[in-house]
Design a protein around this ligand. Structure first.
Ligand code: CO8
Length: 260
């Protein structure tokens, strides 16, 4: 549906605010990811847009990551279609020429963390109860190489090696400490802080900044572009394995039983 994402482009400064509104936890379903990629693409082609802030309209959660139900008890064709949508969303946001800022106003595990990692700058609510990280191994699944690359490019090899193996979810203060986020601000200031940072980034001439961004990101993007099909095949054969399906089923059960 077209109500999963709300985009407001301020024509006075060229800054778009994109709010995720896929209750309860902004899980990244096939529909959501498709709509997300379309919206990012639209803004990319819109010359009046210079910057994009992504945030959540839901309290306490930025995004719960990939919708596990899109990978559970689904046929291989569906899994492949879903995975291509995940790749496409990443390619669009990671490759965006706009200034992109994540205003992380809640929990941001796995795919939620990935979206944040795609941005040029991350501001998180200063709440130790909010976590962010690539926790895939905790579900018995493996983050693909481009998730790994996205994290390495932000926090470096060592933290990524540790974080990926252990499936670490970092509290907001821990995330700041390792550089997974750039700044913590009070919960009610996340959006205004993002707007402030945006102003600083937009003071740089677009052309020079865009070439610099592309210089830093091109090899990472090209790696997925050169391996998209193999990456999809790999995902489908992995996720449809009985043992992996069993892990996902147990994780979903655990989520349903656990209450904070
Ligand atoms: N997918 C589907 N449903 C979900 C997801 C999800 N990712 N996350 C939560 N839900 C469901 C819950 O089961 C629950 O359903 P119900 O109401 O029927 O019981 C509902 O959403 C609300 O969830 P909570 O009650 O847990 O909400 P809280 O506000 O207490 O907590 C959290 C929010 C912290 C986000 C919590 O829901 C959570 O930790 N969720 C799981 C997050 C997670 O581990 N995501 C990983 C997804 S995998 C991924 O993104 C990358 C995969 C890479 C694939 C590579 C394979 C090769």
């Amino acid at each position: 549906s077209s109500s999963n994402i709300k985009v407001d482009l301020d024509s006075s400064n060229g800054v778009a605010i994109m709010q995720f509104q896929n209750p309860p936890v902004n899980s990244l379903s096939l529909d959501f990811l498709t709509e997300f990629a379309i919206n990012v693409e639209k803004l990319e082609l819109d010359r009046s847009c210079r910057g994009l802030i992504i945030t959540s309209a839901q309290p306490k959660v930025f995004s719960a990551g990939l919708d596990i139900l899109e990978m559970y008890k689904k046929n291989p064709e569906h899994c492949a279609e879903f995975w291509k949508a995940v790749q496409d969303a990443w390619l669009k946001l990671y490759g965006s020429t706009k200034v992109t800022i994540a205003a992380i106003n809640g929990n941001s595990p796995a795919g939620g963390c990935l979206l944040a990692l795609c941005c040029d700058y991350r501001i998180m609510a200063d709440n130790p109860r909010y976590n962010i990280g690539l926790n895939e191994t905790q579900l018995g699944i493996v983050a693909p190489f481009w998730f790994k690359d996205s994290m390495t490019n932000v926090v470096g090899h060592r933290e990524t090696e540790k974080g990926l193996q252990l499936g670490l979810l970092y509290s907001a203060p821990e995330a700041l400490k390792i550089g997974l986020v750039d700044e913590l601000v009070p919960e009610d200031k996340v959006l205004s802080a993002a707007a402030e940072t945006m102003t600083k980034w937009l003071a740089i001439p677009d052309h020079a900044r865009q070439i610099s961004k592309s210089m830093m990101r091109k090899s990472t993007i090209d790696k997925l572009l050169a391996n998209r099909e193999a990456d999809t095949t790999n995902f489908v054969s992995f996720i449809t394995k009985d043992s992996i399906q069993k892990s996902l089923g147990m994780y979903m059960e655990m989520l349903k039983k656990r209450r904070f």
